[in-house]
Design a protein around this ligand. Sequence first.
Ligand SMILES: [Zn+2]
Length: 210
Amino acid sequence: MKSSRPLTRKSITPEQFRNFIFAGRSVFTLENNETGNYLTFKVKQIKKNYKPVPGKFAIECKTLGDNDHGYKFLGFLDTNERKFKRRYWDTNFIGFKTWVWLLKNLSRLEDFTKLSIYHEGRCCKCGMPLTVPESIDTGIGPECNKRMYANSIQILKDLGTWNDSLTYPENARLGLEADPSIWGQIIIPDGFNKEDEYKAHRLLKAFDIF
Ligand SMILES: [Zn+2]
């Protein structure tokens, strides 16, 4: 059943993972590093008239070594409404169960020591292959990274908490304290301690799965 992993796969931290899961075109693999079982997911932003629809994603899953059937469509996620609309009939399907588990535990993946997360060597925003070592570490290409930072800064400025004399991480913290709902819209810097992340992710915990 098991197929060999592509060499481009790179293990990433839960922090990095949360920054790219909703970037637009993320493909990632969750592995149980005790059993070696793994599942690959696609979280693709929905487009209307070629324009990405904010907060709306189509979710697909591929089970281990299941090359014959490819990806199965699981349903639609709305991160603004915090709703998942199931489109896959079999709720016992391991891909579906894992997806629900992932949504419920997104803010505390650090606690699952058997879990490894990999991206597929492509930018999770635009889908282009990653070549720069730093990008391979984070899962986002340099151009998309620049754009995501510029976008994050704009969101923080619109919120009214931006302070030019502070660093980006300090500003991000201020912004998240003022409005935790901007999580998922701005880049969360490395080094935020878990408590802060919990606060920022508390809205995601409220995902209404069924
Ligand atoms: Zn990109």
